[in-house]
Design a protein around this ligand. Structure first.
Ligand code: NDP
Length: 449
């Protein structure tokens, strides 16, 4: 490791920390990428000379706005809305909206920054962005969620467009929220265009979008296993979360012959040694919007433990963290390794702490980082954009085949790039470098903008 590259990276990291104080998640995401770019900086000084690194860590635009709305009791509520347009070198900004009380600028920046490299890895022409609000949809009526979404879009519409910035869902933003947001956009602008993805099938949505992140995660995992002489058949799988990503990861893993034994929410986890019954989970989470512990009402032989982090102490072959950032720490990683885990792939964004990632890499656990492993959602969103532009709809099989192909290519690209730069088997480095190179080349070509 050359000291010059290290000095450059340390200087940029100091700038990021000083410019964005009190945003630890953003610092963590930037550090993880910069650290793995050392061999690139050594090989290609042109990127440093053109200030690519300084530019790539600074969002092109950050929009923060007031979201006033009226609750069911007639009281005025005020939330804060965000859209961070991070990088448009290779296409219009693209990235989800997160509605969760923990949302602040640092969370949206970390997600937007990661999105740049993830979107590049998909091979599709999409830039990086992210948005959201500290609004908590939990416990709100449909009417309250609708009024909030309408108010949110009443500001956001000025900044987005089918060829400018195309938001999608994330934590707390599913089909219901996208529908309300789309309705308001159309009402204000009069445009019927593909400005959001994750839309309902009746109004321009794509088949497979709902399943895409979870399915894509499992396609990626299967490819990673198969490259190492393994497969999901007969494997025991633990998945955290029980939202969109977790449910469809579980479904595809089961289809491919694995036994999924645990799921969780932000209160606790369920363990069903006979294999999770997904119909029950879908009813609880998608229709009733209630808590995962209710699984025991239908399946009393299962166990519920009131400690969401304890899920990583369950013995398994494959672990798929699909809930939220930093949910899997060093102690959890050690517990997984002690119990013989062979593969970990991240469905959530940055779910493993840096210390946990180190434990996996040091112990030769196959490790699929989020940027690569969960890119299926945004890939299928880009396929939704293509279909909207074509005024056409592909079949489920067509979209699914494209998704699978994209995930296999992402795995191979990350794996090959890691090898090329002397880090064979390290998909963290491979994914970061492969994602970076395309964006950096586009930025170089477009001059100082
Ligand atoms: P959902 O809102 O559908 O589900 C989130 C799940 O994670 C819920 O089960 C939730 O439990 C749980 N969760 C949230 N916060 C915490 C917490 N602090 N501790 C423990 N559990 C928690 O979101 P998604 O499934 O869409 O997103 C999950 C992850 O996947 C996020 O990191 C997101 O950024 C990432 N992702 C999502 C994509 C998509 O297409 N949806 C694409 C790529 C990445 P509870 O109900 O109790 O809140």
């Amino acid at each position: 490791m050359s000291s010059t590259a290290r000095v450059v990276i340390t200087e940029i990291m100091n700038q990021v920390t000083n410019r964005n104080p009190n945003e630890p998640e953003f610092h963590q995401a930037v550090w993880e990428v910069l650290e793995s770019l050392e061999p690139v900086i050594e090989r290609y000084p042109k990127y440093v000379e053109a200030g690519i690194l300084e530019r790539i860590v600074e969002p092109e635009r950050q929009i923060i706005f007031r979201v006033p709305w009226v609750d069911d009791h007639g009281r005025v509520q005020v939330n804060r809305g965000f859209r961070i347009q991070f990088n448009s070198a290779i296409g219009p900004y693209k990235g989800g909206l997160r509605f969760h009380p923990s949302v602040y600028a640092g969370i949206i920046k970390f997600l937007g920054f990661e999105q740049i490299f993830k979107n590049s890895l998909t091979g599709l022409p999409i830039g990086g962005g992210k948005g959201g609000s500290d609004f908590d949809p939990k416990g709100k009526s449909d009417g309250e969620v609708m009024r909030f979404c309408q108010s949110f879009m009443t500001e956001l519409y000025r900044h987005i467009g089918a060829d400018i910035d195309v938001p999608a869902g994330d934590i707390g933003v599913g089909g219901r929220e996208i529908g309300y947001l789309y309705g308001q956009y159309k009402r204000i602008t009069g445009l019927y265009e593909g400005v959001l993805t994750g839309k309902g099938l009746a109004y321009g949505g794509s088949l497979v979008r709902t399943e895409a992140t979870g399915y894509g995660l499992v396609y990626f995992t299967e490819e990673m296993l198969s490259d190492n002489g393994e497969s999901l058949v007969g494997k025991t799988v633990v998945i955290s979360g029980s939202g969109n990503v977790a449910i469809y990861a579980a479904q595809k893993a089961q289809e491919l012959g694995a036994r999924v034994v645990a799921l969780s929410d932000s209160n606790g986890y369920i363990y069903d040694p006979e294999g999770i019954k997904l119909d029950t989970v879908k009813r609880i989470k998608e229709s009733e919007r209630s808590r995962i512990k209710n699984y025991l009402k239908d399946h009393p032989h299962a166990q519920y433990v009131d400690d969401w982090q304890g899920i990583w102490t369950i013995k398994c072959d494959v672990a798929l963290p699909c809930a939220t950032q930093n949910e899997l720490d060093e102690a959890s990683a050690k517990a997984l390794v002690t119990n013989g885990v062979i593969a970990v792939a991240e469905g959530a964004n940055m779910p493993s702490t840096p210390e946990a990632v180190k434990v996996f890499l040091d112990n030769k656990v196959l490790f699929g980082p989020a940027k690569a492993a969960n890119a299926g959602g945004v890939s299928t969103s880009a396929l939704e954009m293509s279909q909207n532009s074509l005024r056409y709809a592909w079949t489920f099989q067509e979209v699914d085949a494209k998704l699978k192909n994209i995930m296999i290519n992402i795995y191979r690209n990350a794996s090959q790039t890691a090898k090329e730069f002397g880090f064979a088997g390290n998909l963290v480095v491979g994914a970061n470098i492969a994602g970076f190179l395309k964006v950096a080349e586009a930025m170089l070509a477009q001059g100082v903008v």
